[in-house]
Design a binder for this molecule. Sequence first.
Ligand SMILES: *[C@@H]1O[C@H](CO)[C@@H](O)[C@H](O)[C@H]1NC(C)=O
Ligand SMILES: *[C@@H]1O[C@H](CO)[C@@H](O)[C@H](O)[C@H]1NC(C)=O
Ligand SMILES: *[C@@H]1O[C@H](CO)[C@@H](O)[C@H](O)[C@H]1NC(C)=O
Ligand SMILES: *[C@@H]1O[C@H](CO)[C@@H](O)[C@H](O)[C@H]1NC(C)=O
Ligand SMILES: *[C@@H]1O[C@H](CO)[C@@H](O)[C@H](O)[C@H]1NC(C)=O
Ligand SMILES: *[C@@H]1O[C@H](CO)[C@@H](O)[C@H](O)[C@H]1NC(C)=O
Ligand SMILES: *[C@@H]1O[C@H](CO)[C@@H](O)[C@H](O)[C@H]1NC(C)=O
Ligand SMILES: *[C@@H]1O[C@H](CO)[C@@H](O)[C@H](O)[C@H]1NC(C)=O
Ligand SMILES: *[C@@H]1O[C@H](CO)[C@@H](O)[C@H](O)[C@H]1NC(C)=O
Ligand SMILES: *[C@@H]1O[C@H](CO)[C@@H](O)[C@H](O)[C@H]1NC(C)=O
Ligand SMILES: *[C@@H]1O[C@H](CO)[C@@H](O)[C@H](O)[C@H]1NC(C)=O
Length: 866
Amino acid sequence: MYKLHCPVVAMMTITLTDLLVSLCGSHQHPSGRYTCNISLEKRFADCKGLHLTQMPIGLHSSLEELDLSSNALQGIREGDLSNLTKLRVLRLQYNNISVIEDQAFQYNTLLEDLNIFNNSLRSIPAKALEPLSKLRILDMSNNFYTEATLPDIFSTFTQLKILSMGGPLIPSLKKDDFWTLQNITLEKFAIKSASSLLRYELGCLKFIRTTRMWFDVALDQRPDALPLMLQDLANKSFTELRFRNLFEFTYYTGKEDLLQGLKHIRMRQLVFYRGKFNENLLRMALVNLQNSSVKSLGLLFIDFARSPTFVDSGSDSSVTNLVLDELFLWDISNPDILRFDWRFTWFSKVRRLSIKNVNFNFVPCDAWNEMKAVEELDVSNNRLQDEYIYNKRCDYKKTLPVLSTFNVSKNQLTKLRDVVALVGEFKNMRVIDLSYNQLGSSEITNLENNKCNWKQNFTKVILHHNNFISSDLSCLPINVEYLDLSYCNLDHLDMDYFERVSNLKELLLSDNKIKFIPSGWSNPTLQSLTLDGNSFGLISMGSFKDMPNLSNLKAGNNPYHCTCDLHTFFQETAVKGKVNITDWPENYRCYHPESFLNLMVAKFSPGSVACDIRLVVIISVATTATVVLAIMLLCYVFNVPWYMRATYQILRAKYRAYQEGSGLSQEFDYHAFISYSHSDAEWVRDQLLTYLESSNPPYRICIHERDFMPGKWIIDNIIENIENSRKVIFVLSRHFVNSEWCNYELYFAQQRAIGKTFSDVILVVKEPIDPESLPNKYCKLKKMLNTKTYLEWPKETKQQAFFWAQLKSVLGKPTFTRDQAASTRNRNSAAAVSTIELPLEDELVSQSLPSEHSSTATMEGSVLSN
Ligand SMILES: *[C@@H]1O[C@H](CO)[C@@H](O)[C@H](O)[C@H]1NC(C)=O
Ligand SMILES: *[C@@H]1O[C@H](CO)[C@@H](O)[C@H](O)[C@H]1NC(C)=O
Ligand SMILES: *[C@@H]1O[C@H](CO)[C@@H](O)[C@H](O)[C@H]1NC(C)=O
Ligand SMILES: *[C@@H]1O[C@H](CO)[C@@H](O)[C@H](O)[C@H]1NC(C)=O
Ligand SMILES: *[C@@H]1O[C@H](CO)[C@@H](O)[C@H](O)[C@H]1NC(C)=O
Ligand SMILES: *[C@@H]1O[C@H](CO)[C@@H](O)[C@H](O)[C@H]1NC(C)=O
Ligand SMILES: *[C@@H]1O[C@H](CO)[C@@H](O)[C@H](O)[C@H]1NC(C)=O
Ligand SMILES: *[C@@H]1O[C@H](CO)[C@@H](O)[C@H](O)[C@H]1NC(C)=O
Ligand SMILES: *[C@@H]1O[C@H](CO)[C@@H](O)[C@H](O)[C@H]1NC(C)=O
Ligand SMILES: *[C@@H]1O[C@H](CO)[C@@H](O)[C@H](O)[C@H]1NC(C)=O
Ligand SMILES: *[C@@H]1O[C@H](CO)[C@@H](O)[C@H](O)[C@H]1NC(C)=O
């Protein structure tokens, strides 16, 4: 399937999809496996490298660009492209096309760019090209043409700018091959022949009018063709003349100066690319170029060899007047090219000298002296070592007087100090690139007698990919504007140095191992700082505050600790734009704490609350105050302190009971315990007690006035006697509710903890009370009162008999099993209780209760003592 670019297709039903597919011009390829990449607006189709053996059919007619390169197409048939009437660019290179039918392009008259490079055509498809009058670019080289003659039709391609032709089977270039181009001005013309040209007819190249000319013509067997070719080019102007594989397999050993013709050609740039060159041939070239207009000479990927026959006839034979803007010697396997004629005079009028990847490791003293005009020297990618580039026996004084840029990148230097000593002699130095060396690592820093003396003010010092340790920084220049110390293994910043650099505008420290950014790092001139790929986790507002001119910062790929400081920093800088953080936000991720691992720092927002210490204080104070207030309110509403005191009393009593070893008895001393307030005491004694104790058989009743055990704490007495009574009678009146002790008694009676259940409680309402007026802690009492499960003392005497009957029925029969002696003792000692012992108990109680209750307790004490 061809890739669909209808955005809606995916959402449609199958039938609708089919319909739209045809609208989109997509279809199934016979092989069914490959997909052309068709641009959204269907103007470009990329069918590159799909192993297609036939033209894809059904391509949309709006296509303007079709790339069918690197397939297995055999031919272009009539009709293959008939629908593509808007086609402007057609790429067919790297197929196996041997046939292009005459009518193949008849509907593609807009075609401007046709590439049929590297196919199997045996002849130029003149008929097929006929309709293509708009052709601007035609690359049809590297086919199996047997001759280079351009058909007449080419004279009509008046728009043609770039023409590339020829192939490996062309043995000769004939006089009239390019005749049809005589009225056409090209920008680039490239011609390829068999790897060894057999014949060149004078006049062949005369018809070419172009600004750039590329030859891929090897002259191993016919070197004498070269002077003829240059003769045809004489008086022509080129911006570039390029010879590829001029001698492909053999070195030229002839005596004749083949390159004499060069000086009659006007050209800016001459390039020899690949092929074999020896000393003699190089000299022929250089000598002839001395008086030519060439400004730029390149020898690229040359296979160079010394000439055994090279004749050095003294200094007058030297090349001394080679005036060039640029001389490139790149990727030459043999460094001997630099020893050409041993005098280096050919460098003397070169402004930019670039000797890259030539494997040289040694610079003779003479060479430095010769490079008088060199402003830019690039010796990167060689094998230069310290002692060979800085030879202490050479005199560097006044050498390289105009050198301003020196590129020694990718060599084997280890001593920065030596480099500094060397360039110190080059008066005009501004930029030095020492990247990819091994500087720093082996230097023994001896500051006292070996200080690095950078004599000039550098604008740019590039030192990335070296092995500095922090103390090496003392050898770096102080007056520098741009300093690159990336990839240098630095693990901390030597502030001694960084505080001294006075004019630094741009500092690169990417991909070191810097573990922290010292606070108070001050640099008023710094504008751009990169710190990405280091090992620090914290930066904060304080980090760069002493760099007032800092406008660009790059600090991604560090193991950030996502804290408030960090958050604030990025809020203030990245978001508000005070500093441009150039790699924000993709490369900023949290490393710590673990829960935020890999979270983007931009998405880390601890919230303003967590990050503002004043807010934190205010909030915690407010919260504490609220909680305290709430607790106080709860205590007030629900009488919590009272319950706590009561529970405490029960626990204390239980504990004491346990201490005294009095285990719980299932039997009771009394039939009932009566709880009442002192104001009801008279009624209890006269009415209740009298009646119950005089009934037959009598009930045994416990009241505090009489039956409490002397010498025992009053609370214990209450609890013990409630426990020892089968039932508890509460005499309810308004006074009852107000009595502290009665409250306790009621509370204890309610607590299952001391063995009373609800049914053991009898309420006697002596005078009516409003249940709603009771405090909340008597919730059960209120409930009982509300459900009328109580006995009411009637005022009417007649009704009182009924009351007694009721009371007796809830008390049950006064059967009795407990030892008589015990109860007797209790009763006998009752008088003593109230008169002698209680005041002492009072004091104890009032001490054990909060002071505000002591008055009530005292009052109760006085009641009891009656
Ligand atoms: C298709 O083309 C677009 C734009 O040229 C490119 O981004 C995309 O990667 C291509 N897809 C394939 C599968 O080649
Ligand atoms: C050209 O287009 C017509 C209709 O648009 C179609 O029938 C025909 O198959 C197409 N031809 C090719 C070679 O794609
Ligand atoms: C190219 O096609 C020819 C037949 O036209 C065939 O003999 C040859 O093997 C093909 N070459 C490649 C590389 O497929
Ligand atoms: C086409 O390219 C292939 C691989 O680069 C090469 O082997 C073949 O010789 C080239 N064909 C021509 C005609 O140059
Ligand atoms: C080039 O132009 C000249 C003069 O206009 C004409 O005589 C000649 O035939 C033209 N050459 C070609 C190949 O068209
Ligand atoms: C180049 O021009 C010069 C004078 O301008 C002339 O003497 C010489 O013959 C010309 N050379 C060729 C090959 O046309
Ligand atoms: C080169 O040019 C100079 C003047 O620019 C001239 O004196 C000298 O003779 C010329 N040499 C050759 C070989 O043409
Ligand atoms: C120095 O040479 C290296 C490698 O050729 C290159 O990448 C670098 O940009 C050059 N430095 C300067 C300052 O031109
Ligand atoms: C370097 O710059 C400083 C001021 O930044 C200046 O005083 C000094 O003269 C300059 N040195 C050279 C060699 O240009
Ligand atoms: C900071 O930058 C401004 C403008 O770019 C410049 O005028 C000023 O001199 C700089 N300050 C320092 C201390 O370099
Ligand atoms: C940040 O960069 C943008 C464009 O790159 C620029 O317009 C802006 O002035 C810069 N801001 C600062 C503070 O340098």
